[in-house]
Design a binder for this molecule. Structure first.
Ligand code: SF4
Length: 246
């Protein structure tokens, strides 16, 4: 049975972007799925948290739309982002499976919030993982995400074992993850993985602030400014000094 003959899987999406250029190599179709188990204090998409707020669709419908853009993305690919794609593992896996059948490159943009066996279902059809490492220190991880256990590092270990390429993202948040000692520990840890192709320190920004304000959610960062360029340069230098590519 060809993959496309398999029954479609239902899922919830937040939105799509048809010409994405930053979430993976080349020009990409990005599917933002709905639902996230984390509650990051800097989240710029808090409207993606609740699964039931999303649009119900199927993997076949999503890939039918992707096919409309095939000529533009055939040298780039498809990225499933979120929310958290691993919260809908069957849906995400089936989108990727259908994309692979079309010969398209697949990238999973995730914080790794899933158990091994769940992640495996999706990784089977994944060419590249864009892994958002929230924090190196477990207490800091909880302060930033509200979650008790960091599963992102487990996903990184799994990618190393399966030889799946990884791009690391890390949001630099003053007062939390911008601390030099923390960044040094993180860089040291990451330097032990040969699956990591690239690292991207990302400066915290205020673009999602209005969504917190509009929803009445408790936002803790109204008085926190984005890190300045000197801080970001210092962080990039630490990453480079540990042999990590940017
Ligand atoms: S993992 Fe992403 S979508 Fe989920 S709360 Fe954090 S920043 Fe928001």
């Amino acid at each position: 049975m060809k993959n496309s003959d398999a029954p479609a899987v239902e899922g919830y999406i937040h939105s799509v972007e048809t010409f994405g250029a930053v979430d993976g190599p080349g020009l990409r179709y990005i599917v933002f799925v709905q639902g996230c188990p984390l509650r990051c204090i800097y989240c710029h998409n808090p409207d993606s948290w609740k699964m039931s707020d999303g649009k119900k669709t199927t993997s076949a419908e999503v890939v039918k739309d992707i096919e409309e853009y095939y000529a533009f993305i055939r040298h780039g690919g498809v990225t499933v982002s979120g929310g958290e794609p691993l919260m809908q593992p069957e849906f995400t896996a089936d989108i990727f499976r259908r994309c692979k059948e079309l010969g398209l490159h697949t990238a999973l943009d995730t914080s790794g919030s899933a158990e091994y066996h769940t992640a495996l279902k999706v990784l089977k059809y994944t060419d590249l993982v864009l892994l958002d490492i929230k924090a190196f220190d477990p207490e800091l991880y909880t302060a930033v995400t509200g979650a008790a256990k960091d599963k992102g590092k487990l996903l990184l270990e799994l990618c190393e074992k399966l030889a799946i390429k990884v791009w690391i993202r890390h949001v630099v948040l003053p007062g939390y993850t911008a601390d030099k000692t923390h960044i040094e520990s993180l860089a040291e840890y990451l330097s032990g993985f040969s699956c990591i192709e690239k690292t991207e320190p990302i400066a915290f920004h205020k673009m999602g602030e209005y969504k917190w304000k509009n929803s009445g959610k408790d936002y803790k960062l109204y008085d926190t400014a984005p890190p300045d360029e000197a801080v970001m340069d210092g962080i990039r230098e630490i990453f480079r000094s540990k042999g990590l590519k940017l």
